[in-house]
Design a protein around this ligand. Structure first.
Ligand SMILES: Cc1cc2nc3c(=O)[nH]c(=O)nc-3n(C[C@H](O)[C@H](O)[C@H](O)COP(=O)(O)OP(=O)(O)OC[C@H]3O[C@@H](n4cnc5c(N)ncnc54)[C@H](O)[C@@H]3O)c2cc1C
Length: 562
C-alpha cells in the first residue's frame, strides 16, 4: 500500500503550492490529480493576482476592500493574513520565474480590478494562471525525490481510522482502472471548485465539486455554500469568461439603448464595482427590458487602445473571434452574468485544518473564509497560494509528530464494489449527461443572481428526484482504460450533493448579502444574519444546519456602496 506523510488531492495552484511547502518542511508528499497537473483549472485564470506591493498601497487597504467586497461575511483574521502575506508571495513567485508584466520603468506593473481602491493586480497578459501553474510545476520537478506525482488518478473517497481521523484516500488509476488505497498522516483537499453544478459556467468540465462532497461525506462541515459568484462578463450560451481585466483596462458596459448603465448603480466605481453589484445591475437591465434580444448587455473594449488590447488582453481577442465572431478591438461584445466561483466550501481554520483531524483543505474547495459573500477579482489566485502554502506547512508539521497510520483495507473493497455496481447497472433510465444538464440548467434558473423561496424550494425537490434518477443511471463504457463514463457517474453524485448544499444554504439565509440576493428578503440584515451557515452530515443523509460567528478584527459592518 502506498504511504506518504502528506497526500494532496489536486494539482492546481493550491495543491502544487501545498506540495512545495510540505516538501520544503521535510515531508514526503504525494500529489494526485485527475488530469495532468498543468491542465488543472487554475490554468484558465486570466486577469491576475492581488497584492499591496506598491509603497503607496497598504495591506490594510487591500484587507478593507476584501472585507467590504465580502459584504462583511469574510472572516477578518483570515483576510488580514492573506493580505499581509500577499506581497511576499508575489515576490516569491517572481523570484521562482513568473514573468509578471513590467511597467515602462521596469517595475512590476499592475492593472485595476473590481472593488479595489488601488491598482494592485499583478498579471501576465491574460494568461496569469497558466504562467503561475507552469512555474510551480517546474519547481515541483526540483523536489522530485520527495514529491511523488500521481497524474491522471481519480480519488473516489477519503478514508478514516477508528478515531475518525482522516488517514488516506482510495483512488483509481484512470489509465488502467486499477484501484489503490493510500495511507497518509495528513490529507490536503486541493481539488478545486464546483462550477459544473451550473450550466453554463466559466468553469472547466473537471470542476465538479469532488473534494467538497468527499469531505462532507466523512463529516467535514461546509460553510457559506449559498455564496455562488456570477461573473459580470461571460458569453451567452457557452459561459466563456471575458476577464475582468478588460474592465480593469478601461472597457465600458452599455445597455441596448446605449446607456452606460453602471452610472445608476455604482456611480463612483462604475464598471469596477464588486462583481455581485455589477452582475445584479446587468441582470436588472436585462430583466427590465433594456438589454439586447439575446438576453445580454454590451461590453465595449474598443475604449481600450487597440495596441494595449492586443498586448494585454490577447486571449480574449481570440475568444471574441472564435466563440462570438466579434473583433473586440473594433466592436462591442454581448455578455451576461454567468456562474463563475464558489465562495463557500470545506470549512477550515487559517492553517487549512478542517474539523476532521488529519484533513486539510485549500483553494477553491475550501472556505477559510476570505471571500465571504462575494470574492474580489484576483483574490482567488492569492487565496490558493497563501492557504495552499499554509496548509502544506501545517500538514507537514502534523506528519512529523506521528507514525504512519494504516488505512483500513475494507474501504478499498467498498469503493471497488461501488464502481462495479455503476458499471453493472441495467440500461433503460436517463443518461448521466441528461441528469447533469438538467441540474445545471435548473441551478442557473433558480439559484442564480436573483433567488426566491419558491424557486429554491422547487430546486430542492428537483435535486431529490435527480438523485434518485442518478442512482440507477446506466453507462455505456464497461471497460477499464480511460473509462470517463464511470468517472462521470461518480462526479454527478458529487455535484448533486454540492447542489443540494448550495440550495439549502440559499433557502436558509433569509436576507440579501453579497452574491445571495433574495427577492423576498431584499435587504441585508446584520441583526439576524451576520453569521456563517454551516452544513454537515452526522451519520444521516440529510445535512444539518448550524451557524458560526463571523470573525471581526477591525472593520465594523457599514453600508456598502461603490
Ligand atoms: C475562466 C476563469 C478565470 C479566472 N481568472 C482568475 C484570475 O484572474 N484571478 C483569480 O484570482 N482567480 C481567477 N479565477 C479563479 C481561480 O482560477 C480558481 O479559483 C483557482 O485557480 C482554483 O485553484 P485550485 O488550486 O483551488 O483548484 P484547480 O486549479 O481547479 O485544481 C483542482 C485540482 O484538483 C484535481 N481534482 C479534482 N477532483 C479530483 C479527484 N476526484 N481526484 C483527483 N484529483 C482531483 C484536479 O485534477 C486539479 O488538479 C478564474 C476562474 C475561471 C473559471
Amino acid at each position: 500500500m502506498p504511504a506518504h506523510d502528506v497526500l494532496i488531492i489536486g494539482a492546481g495552484l493550491a495543491g502544487q503550492r501545498a506540495a512545495l511547502a510540505a516538501a520544503e518542511a521535510g515531508a514526503t508528499v504525494a500529489v494526485m490529480s485527475k488530469v495532468h497537473p498543468v491542465r488543472s483549472h487554475s490554468n484558465a485564470a486570466a486577469g491576475g493576482i492581488n497584492a499591496a506591493l506598491n509603497p503607496e498601497d497598504s495591506w490594510e487597504s487591500h484587507a478593507f476592500d476584501t472585507v467590504k467586497g465580502s459584504d462583511y461575511l469574510g472572516d477578518q483574521d483570515a483576510i488580514e493574513i492573506m493580505c499581509r502575506e500577499a506581497p511576499g508571495e508575489v515576490l516569491w513567485l517572481e523570484h521562482r520565474g513568473v514573468t509578471f508584466h513590467r511597467s515602462p520603468e521596469g517595475k512590476l506593473g499592475t492593472r485595476a480590478f473590481g472593488g479595489a481602491s488601488a491598482a494592485r493586480t499583478y498579471y501576465v497578459a491574460d494568461i496569469t494562471g497558466q504562467a503561475l501553474l507552469h512555474v510551480l510545476y517546474e519547481q515541483l520537478m526540483k523536489v522530485h525525490a520527495q514529491v511523488e506525482r500521481y497524474e491522471e488518478w481519480f480519488v473516489t473517497a477519503l478514508v478514516q481510522d477508528d478515531e475518525g481521523d482522516c488517514c488516506g484516500a482510495v483512488a483509481r488509476n484512470i489509465r488502467d482502472g486499477s484501484m489503490e488505497l493510500f495511507s497518509a498522516k495528513a490529507v490536503i483537499q486541493a481539488s478545486g471548485g464546483a462550477g459544473q453544478c451550473f450550466k453554463p459556467t466559466t468553469n472547466a468540465l473537471i470542476c465538479t465539486g469532488d473534494g467538497i462532497a468527499q469531505s462532507f461525506r466523512i463529516g467535514a462541515p461546509l460553510m457559506d455554500m449559498e455564496m455562488i459568484q456570477y461573473h459580470p462578463t461571460t458569453l451567452a450560451g457557452n459561459g466563456i469568461l471575458i476577464t475582468e481585466g478588460a474592465r480593469g483596462e478601461g472597457a465600458h458596459l452599455y445597455n441596448a439603448a446605449g446607456e452606460r448603465f453602471m452610472e445608476r448603480y455604482a456611480p463612483n466605481k462604475m464598471e469596477l464595482a464588486s462583481r455581485d453589484v455589477v452582475s445584479r445591475s446587468e441582470q436588472t437591465e436585462i430583466n427590465e427590458g433594456r438589454g439586447f434580444p439575446d438576453g445580454t448587455v454590451a461590453l465595449d473594449i474598443t475604449k481600450v487602445p487597440r495596441k494595449r488590447t492586443l498586448e494585454a488582453l490577447r486571449e480574449i481577442v481570440n475568444i471574441g473571434r472564435d466563440f462570438a465572431g466579434v473583433d473586440i478591438t473594433r466592436e462591442p461584445i454581448h455578455i451576461k452574468p454567468g456562474c463563475h466561483y464558489i465562495m463557500g466550501g470545506v470549512k477550515t481554520d487559517v492553517w487549512g485544518a478542517t474539523d476532521i483531524p488529519g484533513l486539510y483543505a485549500a483553494g477553491e474547495v475550501a472556505c477559510v473564509s476570505v471571500h465571504g459573500g462575494n470574492r474580489l477579482g484576483a483574490n482567488s489566485l492569492l487565496d490558493t497560494l497563501i492557504f495552499g502554502r499554509r496548509s502544506g506547512e501545517h500538514a507537514a508539521q502534523r506528519a512529523a509528530g506521528m507514525g504512519m497510520p494504516q488505512a483500513p483495507e475494507a474501504e478499498l473493497a467498498d469503493e471497488r464494489r461501488a464502481i462495479a455496481r455503476i458499471i453493472g447497472r441495467e440500461s433503460g433510465g436517463r443518461r448521466i449527461s441528461e441528469i447533469k444538464d438538467e441540474l445545471g440548467e435548473m441551478m442557473n434558473e433558480k439559484c442564480a443572481v436573483f433567488r426566491t423561496q419558491e424557486g429554491l424550494t422547487e430546486a430542492q425537490s428537483t435535486i431529490v428526484r435527480l438523485k434518485e434518477e442518478a442512482s440507477v443511471a446506466a453507462i455505456d463504457d464497461r471497460g477499464t482504460v480511460f473509462n470517463q463514463d464511470v468517472l462521470g457517474a461518480i462526479e454527478l453524485g458529487y455535484m448533486l450533493d454540492v447542489g443540494e448544499c448550495i440550495v439549502m444554504g440559499a433557502l436558509e439565509r433569509k436576507e440579501s448579502r453579497g452574491a445571495q440576493f433574495r427577492l423576498d428578503f431584499p435587504e441585508r440584515n446584520d441583526d439576524d444574519w451576520l453569521k456563517h451557515i454551516t452544513l454537515s452530515v452526522n451519520g444521516g443523509d440529510v445535512p444539518t444546519i448550524s451557524y458560526s460567528p463571523v470573525t471581526m478584527t477591525q472593520w465594523e459592518p457599514q453600508e456598502r456602496t461603490y
